[in-house]
Design a protein around this ligand. Structure first.
Ligand SMILES: CC(C)(COP(=O)(O)OP(=O)(O)OC[C@H]1O[C@@H](n2cnc3c(N)ncnc32)[C@H](O)[C@@H]1OP(=O)(O)O)[C@@H](O)C(=O)NCCC(=O)NCCS
Length: 214
């Protein structure tokens, strides 16, 4: 009996998240994010319906960092009922408190991998970007001195992207690299300070699609 109530409550969570998602102006973006998460974590689910993917993310994997992205995307719903439901969800299913997202525009297909200790304070982030744990994107000195990140950018574990710089499309930044200068499209940057060691080609795209592992 207790187990039945538990699984009912768990399923209600998925229905409520889906209810809010379906009514959100960010629905299309969230669908692409969900697809990105599924591709990174369990590619065999990539072709399943949205509800199954959502159930898998929220129940099977219980990816807390996905809550952060979900709440960021839906923002404050216009309708009273949705606002109340969302407030309840935020109490019951808290976002991870070591993730801080303060970016006006993040393109669809955004994935926070593992989501431990992230500050995402960019001017803008493009489509299909992949950000690992302990990545910081933020100001270098001044307030609003924030980076602009292109499409299909792969920021490996622990990397720091700082200041009013531009990271081009299909860039890969290696683990623990500190970037304080622009990176041209397709570059692979490594070290402190970051140096470009090779052309990343479309490596970032492959990584972001989960085709090759990071
Ligand atoms: C960027 C990355 C994909 C490059 O991999 P790669 O193309 O196979 O590159 P290589 O391993 O051939 O390295 C090329 C050179 O850069 C060096 N290098 C690679 N990664 C480095 C790093 N993070 N910092 C400093 N140097 C690094 C290598 O030692 C090698 O140097 P050498 O030419 O003098 O021998 C990889 O380094 C990386 O950071 N992967 C992501 C890790 C990650 O986030 N994992 C998630 C875990 S949860």
């Amino acid at each position: 009996m207790v187990n039945k109530v538990r699984s009912l409550i768990r399923m209600i969570k998925v229905y409520v998240f889906k209810y809010i998602l379906e009514r959100s102006p960010a629905k299309a973006m969230l669908e692409r994010d969900i697809q990105g998460y599924v591709q990174m974590h369990n590619r065999s689910m990539a072709g399943t319906p949205l509800f199954e993917k959502l159930a898998w993310l929220l129940l099977a994997e219980n990816l807390e960092e996905f809550h952060n992205l979900f709440y960021y995307r839906v923002g404050t719903p216009a309708k009273f009922l949705e606002r109340q439901l969302l407030a309840l969800m935020k109490v019951m299913y808290k976002p991870r408190d070591t993730i801080y997202i303060s970016t006006t525009s993040i393109g669809p297909g955004f994935v926070l991998m593992h989501g431990l200790g992230n500050v995402i304070d960019a001017e803008k982030i493009g489509e299909n970007c992949l950000v690992f744990q302990e990545v910081v994107i933020g100001c270098k000195n001044e307030v609003n001195d924030r980076p602009t990140i292109g499409n299909f950018v792969h920021l490996s574990v622990g990397s720091k992207i700082l200041g009013k710089i531009t990271i081009g499309d299909h860039v890969v930044v290696a683990a623990n690299t500190v970037v304080t200068k622009d990176l041209p499209p397709n570059s692979l940057a490594i070290g402190i300070p970051a140096r470009i060691i090779q052309n990343a080609g479309n490596k970032a795209e492959y990584i972001a699609n989960g085709i090759i592992s990071a």
